[in-house]
Write a protein that binds this ligand. Structure first.
Ligand code: PMP
Length: 443
């Protein structure tokens, strides 16, 4: 199933047809629900109805106010902020929604260079480069870094943008068991001895790719061990911090700060602006040489329109709040709140008898439903009780590991979390999703 997950093995068409067309068609109301508000702690979900057993869904103009447990708005910046929003509006007036040009042409504004300097300083690398989209950052940077004659070793749970970047690179791609440093080491040792297929020549380059927080599990990477192995075998390490940058670590600097890894030991640090910073776009932070090389070698830098200036301004302002450079301590408060809320929510869910994935301090957690057939009932019933949750199944997870994925935000109040827990617990009983004995009530 790991292989299905990564999409490296050819997928049987009948199997694919059964899972994607037949089942998902019947439960299509559970995905892509239109929203009519910002992705805040509460959202307006557009009501839809079907009079032909979900074959066609019609939108209404009615909306329902729901507690939002599904957005990646970890620090709560996405729904407007007293420091960010006025500056974003000003940038929209001074610049425009778009630059109408690629970075290499006329698409570099003063804001873009300011953001790149700020990101480099924030993550602790000498330089950084930004892109209009996080997905494109991975899928276009990986092929610019490793090509034919190279070896990419990828964690089996890595995101689809990494999988596609690795496939497009022309390098040999191998997958190691999720978060297993020992399997990684074994694979590296064997492949270094074997060399390139056919010729046995030494690999031109070896790059190991991992994530900071795995988005379907809420689990942290075993980064210290993986970094030590990469150093030992002289492999480059590429770290995707989409879900961890801004959200974890004492000052929000991500998993290196949280797990005590020196950023100098991570060759390529990738991240997105779509989660903690409430904007859009992605970045790569690395040595001056690598970043300079990428400015000329990466097609997304040369041929894709640069980040929208207001989106750039949003990230600059959000990072300044996180760093306390807005003159307040709101950033530190947000970080403390998301940590506390995430740990509270996870431990309360476990107490009621759910199997919950995810490490302490991670804002992402998954409630295991296992059986795909439980997903629609879980999702619909939560929504009926005004709680919006994201459900995830094959091909984003292995077939028998369907789940509801919860993302906590610093904008959730304790009352919001209590309400969410009550509804999820009731719905869990209804669909038979609690696999463990509940913790007895304290007398
Ligand atoms: N990397 C990871 C680990 C992700 O989870 C995602 C999307 N959630 C991306 C990259 C792509 O980022 P974006 O959505 O900002 O394009």
């Amino acid at each position: 199933f790991f292989y299905f997950w990564q999409g490296y093995a050819p997928i049987c068409p009948a199997f694919e047809d059964f899972y994607t067309r037949r089942i998902y068609h019947r439960i299509q109301d559970c995905f892509g629900r239109p929203i009519a508000s910002a992705p805040d702690a509460w959202i307006d979900v557009v009501e839809r109805y079907s009079n032909d057993n979900n074959k066609t869904l019609h939108r209404t103009t009615n909306t329902t106010r729901c507690l939002n447990l599904g957005s990646y708005n970890y620090l709560g910046f996405a729904a407007g902020d007293e420091y960010c929003t006025p500056r974003v509006i000003e940038s929209l007036e001074s610049y425009a929604p778009t630059t109408c040009s690629s970075r290499a042409d006329a698409g570099t504004t003063k804001l873009h260079t300011e953001l790149e300097e700020l990101i480099a300083r924030f993550v602790g690398k000498p330089a950084a480069i930004t892109f209009g989209m996080g997905y494109v950052t991975n899928s276009s940077i990986i092929p610019a870094l490793v090509g034919e004659g190279g070896l990419i070793i990828s964690d089996s749970f890595n995101h689809n943008s990494i999988v596609n970047g690795a496939r497009a690179s022309g390098a040999t791609v191998m997958v190691f068991q999720h978060n297993s440093p020992s399997q990684l080491e074994e694979l590296l040792r064997k492949q270094i001895v074997k060399g390139q297929p056919g010729t046995g020549e030494p690999w031109k380059k070896i790059m190991v790719i991992v994530e900071g927080i795995y988005s379907m599990e809420g689990e942290f990477s075993k980064l210290p061990e993986i970094v030590a192995i990469c150093k030992k075998y002289k492999a480059y390490i590429y770290l995707d911090e989409a879900h961890s940058i801004g959200a974890v670590g004492k000052s929000g600097r991500g998993v290196c700060e949280l797990l005590g890894v020196d950023p100098a030991d991570v060759d390529i640090m990738m991240g997105t602006f779509t989660k903690s910073f409430g904007s859009c776009g992605g970045y790569i932070a690395a040595s001056e040489d690598i970043i300079q090389y990428l400015r000329y070698a990466c097609p997304a830098h040369l041929y894709a329109t640069s980040m929208s200036p207001p989106a750039v301004q949003q990230v600059i302002s959000a990072i300044k709040v996180v760093l306390g450079e807005d003159g307040s301590n709101r950033g530190a408060k947000k970080l403390a709140q998301i940590r506390e809320s995430s740990n509270y929510f996870r431990s309360e869910l476990k107490k009621t008898g759910f199997v919950v994935l995810g490490d302490n301090d991670s804002p992402v957690m998954s409630i295991m439903l296992y059986n795909l057939a439980k997903l629609p009932a879980f999702s619909r019933e939560c929504l009926r009780q005004n709680v919006a949750v994201v459900i995830v199944a094959y091909p984003a997870t292995p077939v028998l590991l369907a789940r509801a994925r919860i993302c906590i935000s610093a904008s959730h109040t304790r009352e919001d979390l209590i309400r969410g827990l009550k509804v999820i617990s009731e719905v869990g009983d209804l669909v038979g999703a609690k696999c463990l004995p509940a913790e007895p009530e304290k007398i």
